[in-house]
Write a protein that binds this ligand. Sequence first.
Ligand code: ARG
Ligand code: ZN
Length: 874
Amino acid sequence: QTIYRKEYTPPGFMVETVELGFDLDPQRTIVASRLTMTRNPESKGRAIELHGENIILVALRMNGKTLSKRDYRLDDKMLVIPNAPDEVTLEIETLTAPVKNTTLNGLYVSNGNFFTQCEAEGFRNITYFPDRPDVMAKYTVMLRADKATYPVLLSNGNLIEEGDLGDGRHFAKWEDPFKKPSYLFALVAARLVCQEETFKLADGRSALLQVWVEEGNLDKTDYAMQSLKNSIRWDEERFGLELDLDRFMIVAVGDFNMGAMENKGLNIFNTKFVLANPRVATDIDYAGIEAVVGHEYFHNWTGNRITCRDWFQLSLKEGLTVFRDQEFSADMIGTESGRAVTRIDQVRTLRQAQFPEDAGPMAHPVRPDSFVEINNFYTVTVYEKGAEVVRMYQTLLGRERFRKGMDLYFERHDGQAVTCDDFRAAMADAGERDLSQFERWYSQAGTPVVHAEGRYDADALTYELTLTQRCPATPGQEHKLPFHIPVAVGLLGADGRDLHLNVDGLDAVTAVLELTDASRTFRFSGVKEAPTPSILRDFSAPVVLEYDYTDAELLHLFSHDSDPVNRWEAGQRLAMARLLKLTSAVAAGDTLELDTTFIEALRKILADESLDSAFREQALLLPSESMIADQMEVVNPQAIHQARQFVRRTIGEALRVDLRAQYDANQTPGAYSPDALSAGRRGLKNLALAYLASTSSEEGIALAQAQFDNAGNMTDRVAALGALIHAGAASAQAALQAFYADFDNEALVIDKWFAMQAAAPATDVAAVRELMRHAAFNIKNPNRARSLVFTFCVGNASQFHASDGSGYAFWAEQVIALDALNPQVASRLARSMDRWRRYAPALQAHMKKALQKVAGVKKLSNDVREVVSKALAN
Ligand code: ARG
Ligand code: ZN
């Protein structure tokens, strides 16, 4: 059933303190809870409402008196106690079986250890509680467990007591000095070891930092620890925010639904975002660790100290915290050009994942109006588009005023559960700006389109830019009102330099135009020549920009734009136009041709050593198959694949000498370091390798084989293996076997091994089924399921969309099998069919059948039910 944002009502009772006692046993864990509660003065007559699911109520006392069945109502979701006095102490005993919990939500067992995941609504699987984020309380937690099996007992906050219980069991008592919502509760009872360090905070205090992992992984914790220290420093310096605890822990777990979780003082992470050393982790893995460690740490202020009033406000903490982790990663690189590359990556993610979401059946505003299952709304829209919304405040207000707005937000709301409106009000007040129209970024779904037209008047020396906005309809939102859109614009002269613009009486090269109406014309004066406009610099708003650029203009921007994002963008536009034409040509059976103008432009960028390697890699990377698909009326996955392969091969042949030169010039001899400069060199070198191997030339394959044999780090090793696989090299199978043998003890590397095969163009449904029978495959492990099943369904379009519909039948089977184990993971997989209406009728028919098959399952979770029914309805 659907829950609506408008129906928010404050809680009837507040909880002051929570004392939890856990007797941990995989089969039978007893949870004793003691809550002190007070009636919310505005809620006279309301009952106490406690959530609880999949737990057994053993005992219930109110103010010392055992309640009988007549004193409360209990169903499979709620425990309701009517007629409660205004001050209440509740004592509740419940029973759970963590080892049987395959959902990885609530209290569960992974590799013999206990972990929790409570966001969004997992706490109700542990004990009866008003499990909603606007109920904030102080927690004390007593953990008891067998000492030999679970030597480490952790929970939020500070350790205040520990000792033996005499019977082979031991205990630890933890106290969190800060009040928090239940979704931030966590415990760990496990056989783990840690890397630890005492770290000096800006105010002179010290904190104990720990990274907890399984014993064999202690050689993979350095980077997470370093990233944690960098995060603490950065938040002190950039936002004046300090660590408020004496102890901060990160714990890695191999079975985890998401990336990581910001539980107060006890962050729990997917191993993927903790474990790294050069042997097993790639540059991308290292960057992911830095970003996610930062993200979870930054939540301590944006999420924990100030949390969300209700789950519709999720982006209040997630959009803001993604923005903060993006800025952290950019600042860690430190150079302007490095920063731009991170920005390009963000734009790519938006186009690759968020724009399609905004255009599909699950489209929702950054602040949704309704949902069936909140876990379905941890989306790229809430996270990444939400981060763009925060970034736009900074663009509109300027960095200084934005910081003032942040300060004001903390000053006003520390310790509270608030809304996106409260954040916007802080920005408006600190920035002294009217941001009421800006609210539409939170309430209207869909990606706005900004259409731009320029007109130069050589007599008046004026340049007029007319910007017109529209936004396509989305489910439940037929008509949209104009957004408040910051459009950063520069004008390039014929020599490629920026023309000077008079912006608010100041000399500048970039002007931030504010489009608030449906359409508006902006006039630049004193423009001495007909310019080439560079519009939406630094991707100043999450919109689609339409401008009828000529090839000559795009080539000009690609060669000269001082804004690296738009320089890259010009290259993407040149590439996209060609890819779309070639896709049609493939479908029509015409001969394929790629113009030398485009190739020469790429050659120039590739060889331009004044540019960072990382930027050149981005510039040489073609739009993905799914990005091409998004531009088509009717998607033809096989034609797209062939067209893109043709372009890759043609570039590989035409630029052979240049690619080889860059391959040699961008080697990184010596000890591996994940720093951005080295990673950028490896990135360009390995892209060059991919192009060279794509031709299946002897040289390319020999180069890949040699790199595979001699690689000193995982980045180079997987790049070489990927090149061999994609080239269809005869030696690819042997390489895969060798790779497996070398890393069969490293779960995260075996995930890569599965993923590379799942994505290979030669891997069809039958081959995926075969891989699923491999001894190392385990569908219960989310990382493993994602590496094989998701990668195939999402990342191997030409095979997944096989004309006989076998890919879709496979999808349905897997969604159904996963749903019985883990609805959250199943629901993510279900999303891969979102855009089924964009395919040819014959494929659509197969897809519809698969969707209906899933929808027809009687015991389907809310999670999957919501996704497939929205797909079928829209
Ligand atoms: N708050 C976590 C993070 O973004 C994600 C938790 C997701 N949980 C969920 N049930 N979907 O850092
Ligand atoms: Zn988050």
